[in-house]
Ligand binder design. Sequence first.
Ligand SMILES: NC(=O)c1ccc[n+]([C@@H]2O[C@H](COP(=O)([O-])OP(=O)(O)OC[C@H]3O[C@@H](n4cnc5c(N)ncnc54)[C@H](O)[C@@H]3O)[C@@H](O)[C@H]2O)c1
Length: 266
Amino acid sequence: MEGVAFITGGASGIGAATAQAFISKGVKSLVLVDINQDNLDTFSQKLINDQEEGVKIDLLTLQCDVTDEIAIKEVIKKAVEKFGRIDYAVNSAGITNKSKVGEYKTEDWNRVINVNQNGVFYCMREELAQMEKQNYLTCKSKDKCRAQRGSIVNVCSINSFVAAKRNAAYVTSKHAIVGLTKTCALDYAEQGIRCNGIAPGYIETPITLSPQNIEVLKKSTQPEKTPQGRPGIPEEIADVIVFLCSEGASYVNGAIWEVDGGFLTL
Ligand SMILES: NC(=O)c1ccc[n+]([C@@H]2O[C@H](COP(=O)([O-])OP(=O)(O)OC[C@H]3O[C@@H](n4cnc5c(N)ncnc54)[C@H](O)[C@@H]3O)[C@@H](O)[C@H]2O)c1
């Protein structure tokens, strides 16, 4: 796979696994954006150490809070200065903050909405502005109708479709980005830009393995809740994200793919 990948929340969990999945498919130019500088440093060092002999990856790591729209503009500018284009944009940065609806502090509510909803919008706006400007990426298929100018995947959730107790800000933000994703698919289809979402179930990442969430992870991945009877691993989400970005998914647009061990079938 050729092209440049841009990943927010790229220093941990699903975002980090997505970077590794892109590399395993041959992508050599990657931009990793995260609020956490230490994790960016550690993870980029790991990617460099893990490089296969003879394969040279080019990484740009940028510390940025996705709620800062001016900083996001700057990040995209730096990415394009370095790599000339953005082919695959994966918006994975996200947080959760639990409370009953009537007990949310305004600042806690606003922070989740700002990161998970507005942050995705700010990133998409700049990603799209760049994608619209660039030429189509060279098409590998004999069927040239499959060529694309760019592809975006937003990391949604099973909570884009169903509620979760004491988690209204998260559930609200994840429902919202379904609307954003689908509308984007409509707005940009004619420009050769696709936009899809992925809805992970319960995945083992620092969010779900944290002391306040681990019991929910265990309970929610019992077979009566998740038919496969186990949590997913970030790589199982990352592989699908990379496929959705790729030319292989050239006719998938405005879709939100559930990757949840069967959770939403019950
Ligand atoms: N883990 C799951 O079970 C699960 C399930 C469904 C959806 N998701 C979604 O997957 C995405 C990734 O989550 P994860 O589980 O990999 O968690 P994670 O905590 O491992 O990764 C999230 C990353 O986002 C970064 N981040 C947080 N706020 C940011 C901000 N304001 N600006 C820039 N970066 C920021 C964090 O530093 C972290 O590196 C999130 O959107 C989450 O809602 C996760």
